[in-house]
Design a protein around this ligand. Structure first.
Ligand code: SAH
Length: 343
């Protein structure tokens, strides 16, 4: 609930409005989720709050720490028994966290492990936020950046994701600047226009992965609904409206999108646009035989550079702990359907 919503509820309960800010600060600043521990609130009100409201916690079902680069991957169990994944990453400038926005995903991108385990439901704003709070509690760290690049398509859960972003950045609470947030989408075009109007200041990352419309449809079915040209047009609009440079993500896949001609097509598509290309060596997903060659990615980057397109190769983190989207959740489901325990 937002601060305004808590205020409205308290007024309905015949309580003073300022109590809302106290509760909000217990939750978002002190990270106290048990009403009994909110000691500046009368015992009587705490009791009434407990009767009427709950705070949903997440439980760590699995915690995998990389032995190469300090990346930690959490498999969280939600209160209804579903699982989502969260990844904590260390960079020179601080810690960044990658959160999930849905239990599963409907988008069906061919190379993505999240698509394999299917879609179950949207995450609530609090379930997205609690991935950050529980991870900060467990690690003892404070994250300085958030990326919405875990399981799910954030713009397919638009209302809850935007509410989460408002909670995350609320001046009375956690107060993280949304300039330190990246939202990644496979290209739900109408929601990109909506997001531009909110002026959140976040970075829009677009999973492009291919600069040929028909080929993109083959690996990303969302392209059949919102084609590549309409997506690029929306990205141009996003930049014009917000002044924020769009990032294009491009997983370089052997024999799919990695040829010289593919690089040239990408350069043609993005020429003149104020954007950045992030090349990703594709993560091997065991059910799929997509492969990448790191050297091939570097060549691809050079070819783009020569054509005036600013491209970087994403550093691979957590390669020893299956840190790519959806890999752990899929395994947890496999184990439970095989009668195995998840612990
Ligand atoms: N649904 C959103 C966010 C989740 S995926 C989106 O599509 O952008 C986060 C990023 O990881 C996306 O760019 C996605 O395309 C990419 N990705 C998925 N599977 C991958 C794989 N096997 N290797 C490399 N990147 C992958």
């Amino acid at each position: 609930m937002s601060l305004d919503e808590i205020e409205a509820e308290l007024v309905l309960m015949g309580e003073k409005k300022f109590r809302a800010k106290q509760i909000f600060q217990w939750l978002h600043c002190k990270r106290i989720f048990d009403f009994d521990e909110m000691t500046d609130i009368s015992i009587q009100l705490r009791k009434r709050l407990k009767e009427k409201f709950c705070t949903k916690r997440l439980f760590i079902a699995k915690r995998l720490a990389s032995s190469i680069d300090n990346t930690v991957k959490y498999l969280y169990r939600l209160s209804d028994g579903n699982y989502v994944e969260t990844v904590l990453m260390e960079y020179s400038y601080g810690h960044s966290i990658c959160v999930s926005t849905q239990v599963g995903c409907k988008m069906g991108c061919r190379f993505c492990a999240s698509a394999i385990a299917g879609f179950v439901r949207n995450l609530e704003p609090s379930e997205i936020l609690m991935q950050i709070y529980e991870t900060e509690r467990d690690s003892g760290l404070r994250v300085s950046g958030v990326v919405l690049m875990g399981i799910g398509e954030p713009l397919d859960n638009y209302d809850n994701v935007t509410k989460f972003l408002r909670l995350l950045s609320d001046k009375n609470g956690n107060d993280l600047s949304l300039r330190h947030v990246s939202l990644s989408t496979c290209g739900i075009v109408p929601r990109i226009y909506d997001l531009a109007e909110l002026h959140f200041g976040l970075t829009l990352s677009v999973s492009l992965h291919c600069a040929d419309n028909d080929k993109r449809s083959e690996i990303m079915p969302v392209n059949l609904t919102y084609n590549m040209n309409s997506l690029i047009e929306a990205c141009r609009y996003y930049f014009e409206r917000t002044g924020r440079r769009v990032t294009f993500e491009y997983a370089v896949i052997d024999n799919v999108n990695s040829s010289d001609a593919d690089a040239d097509r990408l350069a043609d598509l993005l020429r003149g646009m104020n954007c950045h290309v992030n090349l990703i060596p594709v993560n091997t997903v065991k059910e799929r035989n997509y492969r990448t060659a790191r050297a091939g990615v570097e060549d691809f980057a050079k070819r783009l550079g020569k054509r005036g397109i600013n491209a970087t190769v994403r550093r691979t983190l957590g390669s020893d702990i299956e840190a790519a989207c959806g890999q752990l959740r899929r395994d947890a489901i496999d184990h439970s359907t095989n009668g195995g325990a998840d612990n």
